[in-house]
Design a protein around this ligand. Sequence first.
Ligand code: ATP
Ligand code: MG
Length: 297
Amino acid sequence: MIKQKYIKLFRVKSGKKIHLKDYDTSWAQNEEFKAFGKEQLKERANEILEQNLVDLKQVQQLLYADDRYSLLIVFQAMDAAGKDGTIKHVMSGVNPQGCQVFSFKKPSAEDLDHNFLWRYMKSLPERGRIGIFNRSYYEDVLVVKVHPELLQNLPDGKRGKAFWENRYEDINAFERHLERNGTVILKFFLHLSKDEQKKRFLERLERPEKNWKFSPSDLPERGHWDDYMEAYEDLINATSTDWAPWYIVPADNKWVMRAIVADVITSTLRDLDLKFPELNEEQLKLLEQARKTLEEE
Ligand code: ATP
Ligand code: MG
């Protein structure tokens, strides 16, 4: 486990105004990790990840049996930050029956004909389960803010700053509603540097088995880097709440990123008062009778 005091460094406190440039992307707000060299760091991060995968498997079973809460995990990041790999690694140990991943791409015509939260509402996790959003309703205050022409047909009204503030307000209310109904929400921003993105794009172009990962829109979007950072900063400041906090996770080092994400998920689940359902007297009697019947067969 990563010490709680380090985990807290990544969590954006409600009401706190953050600047993304104050957050290290490569790692090292953590004394424990800072002291390691690269190889040792990978080894230590992998150990933490492995331990968390074991714990996560157990606690997921408990979440399912307890059947009061669900867990919604949101991943947002610039391209090539490693959302897919993180989801793959962190969820590798869990029971697939209790976990579902949804990847949100460009909205369909039907999606655009509804309110902006509609398509996400349809994919929320059931009680007892973990739902993962690979991109989410936050795209509607990110890519749509950077490219306003993507906005659906809306009646005339406020545009500009007030429009986005209203959307943040809607998101906070939506998440509050979910929280009040038993959904625990964790939101991860995988924070990659522009330099590291360049390295990873070049790798995608140079290695044939990685070519498929490069999409023609990746470079133009990279051109809007500063606009995206500003949009991320604004939304994190507006929507990191007590009931749905953001975690800003350094993403330049994949092993460290995965270890942190796994640790936040397991420790959040552990902090819930999850328990196996207890049977009442009558149910226990029925079990006893069933046992006798079987034995007397
Ligand atoms: P990969 O790691 O495979 O690149 P990805 O999540 O980037 O995964 P893509 O198909 O490359 O998948 O990109 C999905 C695209 O859909 C992104 O450009 C994203 O901005 C866009 N998108 C997602 N949600 C919305 C939305 N609500 N409105 C407009 N565009 C959206
Ligand atoms: Mg992409």
